[in-house]
Write a protein that binds this ligand. Sequence first.
Ligand code: HEC
Length: 144
Amino acid sequence: MPSHKRVVTVLAACCAAFVLLAAAAPSASTAAEAVQEPAAEVPENPIEATEESVRAGLRVYGRFCRSCHGVRGDGRGQNPSPGTRPANLVDDEWVHGDSDGEIYNVIRQGVPPNYDMDAWEGRITEDEIWHVVNFLRELAARSR
Ligand code: HEC
């Protein structure tokens, strides 16, 4: 084989390998990202748990949460969706994280995959979610 032809063959082989690598790379890195994806950012509670905030939280809770989670927050509401078990919000058990920010995220985003606990983002304001978090802390403290 004349030497320039060999060079072309080698180049072609190199190119093919490169194209294969390039094609394989994105899917490999996407898979890695899916595995390593960090949990949703956990925000700090920006709203002080004043009496006013707790009272605002009580109002939101009474309208939107009590039917499932109960007057006392113990998960025994009058009207849960059939076959679901609303969480007790005044015990020490937080299945989805016990910081204010994690509770905020659950209320905002709901609980996948079934969303028996709905996402409230867009239906109540961010401030209202924080007020409810403050209210739940107060409710838990009082039920001890
Ligand atoms: C239709 C019934 C329903 C309504 C209304 C509802 N929830 Fe829930 N909630 C659930 C269920 C069911 C779960 C348990 C979800 C799971 O873990 O699979 C839950 C879980 C939660 C959790 C997680 C508790 C933990 O242990 O981590 C929080 C916090 C919560 N709800 C707060 C609220 C707030 C605040 C409202 C009102 C804005 C609300 N929920 C309205 C049914 C409801």
